[in-house]
Design a protein. Structure first.
Lengths: 108, 120
């Protein structure tokens, strides 16, 4: 099983600041990595797939990068609606999808 | 637009059974794979099961293999999850999610979820 480790567990930032979230895989997943956003009481929403492609309707302030084992989700300037939990997910080990444990982005 | 509506959750005793449904609309259901994902209270996401667009192949996480079965009825645009031998570790919100393709891809979008509580 491929284990995804996200860091930090919690990120405390102010609106307008830049957020940098990390996801590290226990073995290479090539570019088969996605990022999801989950707000309290809501279902997750796909933000980024194949490491760097924005899903439909996702604002340009969200960007993804990386390949192999190290990946980053960057939110260039946090807006109030961006404070949420973010999960990375891999599909390299198909058909066994796994998620990271999540990073909570909270208001400082 | 794509809509996924789960139903069938509730309170069930340990060892009991439950069947979840996911009604799909707004897209050609028979052309896409579908997933179930669960989230225990206050915890992260766990993939549970996947079924290919035509139902020809089904895959289940080890944690539910032999107890849960994913299925679909393309004539009714509905996805199912049959859950047997439930334990308190199965308590979670269960989400259905549309695969980006027919063959196992990313999950987009997700339904709002249905809560399953296993308790005596």
């Amino acid at each position: 099983e491929i284990v995804l480790t996200q860091s930090p567990a919690t990120l405390s930032l102010s609106p307008g600041e830049r957020a940098t979230l990390s996801c590290r895989a226990s073995q290479s997943v090539s570019s088969y990595l996605a990022w999801y956003q989950q707000k309290p009481g809501q279902a997750p929403r796909l933000l980024i797939y194949d490491a760097s492609n924005r899903a439909t309707g996702i604002p340009a302030r969200f960007s993804g990068s990386g390949s192999g084992t190290d990946f980053t989700l960057t939110i260039s300037s946090l807006e109030p609606g961006d404070f949420a939990v973010y999960y990375c997910q891999q599909r390299s080990n198909w058909p066994l999808w796994t998620f990271g444990q999540g990073t909570k982005v909270e208001i400082k | 637009q794509v809509q996924l509506v789960e139903s069938g959750g509730g309170v069930v005793q340990p060892g009991g059974s439950l069947r979840l449904s996911c009604a799909a609309s707004g897209f050609t259901f028979r052309s896409y794979g579908m997933h179930w994902v669960r989230q225990a209270p206050g915890k992260g996401l766990e993939w549970v099961a996947f079924i290919r667009y035509d139902g020809s192949n089904k895959y289940h996480a080890d944690s539910v293999k032999g107890r849960f079965t994913i299925s679909r009825d393309n004539s009714k645009n509905t996805l199912y999850l049959e859950m047997n031998s439930l334990s308190d570790e199965d308590t979670a919100v269960y989400y259905c999610a549309k695969d980006q393709s027919g063959d196992g891809d990313w999950f987009d979008p997700w339904g709002q979820g249905t809560l399953v509580t296993v308790s005596s």
